[in-house]
Ligand binder design. Structure first.
Ligand code: GAR
Length: 216
């Protein structure tokens, strides 16, 4: 059983989707054992506390240097024997030190079809504002492994979502969450925990499910 840490900054609806999937038995290989928030007022913390998942708050600005922040984050991950880190709306940049320590073991959800509307400055509602401003007809969400390039790591899963006439950024954000994010993230986490994600040459191969049937 793999210990999973979910890193959050805001409302935590993606964390909720993971907790709900876990409660339905859809993540058999792992268990969410830690939620780390980048701010003390993140509602995601309340969601975790409600189901008895231990929480921690780590604010980048409480640390004098990046190295000290990295050390604190890595210590808490190691103390909790975390095998998978999930960024679910986490708004603090993860440094190369942490990325290397958890190479191909950090997943992120991004609210667009990467490589569109991603990279620096593209987060939260801004992503949907940019998609509407460009007039694309289809957007979506992407789960990817985190590497040193912002939103540039190997892609695990993507799902398209149609833009409707009259969409506002808020309406589109909600549709992308409902139709894509809340389904994709638990699915990607379950695949990781089942050992079915293989990264090769910057691309992710999804391995077939092992045959459950016994040989006669
Ligand atoms: C989600 O839409 C997530 O994809 C996005 O922030 C939102 C968090 O919502 N993440 C990014 O933009 C990362 N670049 P939540 O707190 O309700 O899960």
């Amino acid at each position: 059983m793999l210990n999973i840490a979910v890193l959050v900054s805001g409302g935590g609806t993606n964390l909720q989707a993971l907790l709900d999937a876990q409660a339905r038995g859809e993540i058999p290989g792992g268990r969410i054992t830690l939620v780390v928030a980048s701010r003390p007022d993140a509602f995601a913390l309340t969601r975790a506390e409600k189901v008895g998942v231990p929480t921690a708050v780590l604010r980048r600005k409480s640390f004098e240097s990046q190295a000290q922040y990295d050390e604190a984050l890595l210590s808490i991950l190691r103390e909790n024997e975390i095998g998978l880190v999930v960024l679910a709306g986490f708004m603090t940049i993860i440094s190369p030190t942490v990325i290397h320590a958890y190479e191909n073991r950090i997943l992120n959800i991004h609210p667009s079809l990467i490589p569109s509307f991603c990279g620096e400055g593209f987060y939260g509602l801004h992503v949907h504002e940019a998609a509407l401003a460009r007039g694309v007809k289809v957007t979506g969400a992407t789960v990817h492994f985190v590497n040193e390039i912002c939103d540039g790591g190997p892609i695990v899963l993507q799902k398209a979502v149609e833009i409707q006439p009259g969409d506002t950024p808020e309406v589109l954000q909600r549709r992308v969450m409902e139709q894509a994010e809340w389904k994709l993230l638990p699915k990607a986490v379950a695949l990781f925990c089942a050992g079915r994600l293989q990264v090769k040459d910057g691309r992710v191969e999804i391995l077939p499910a092992p045959d459950q049937k016994e040989e006669p």
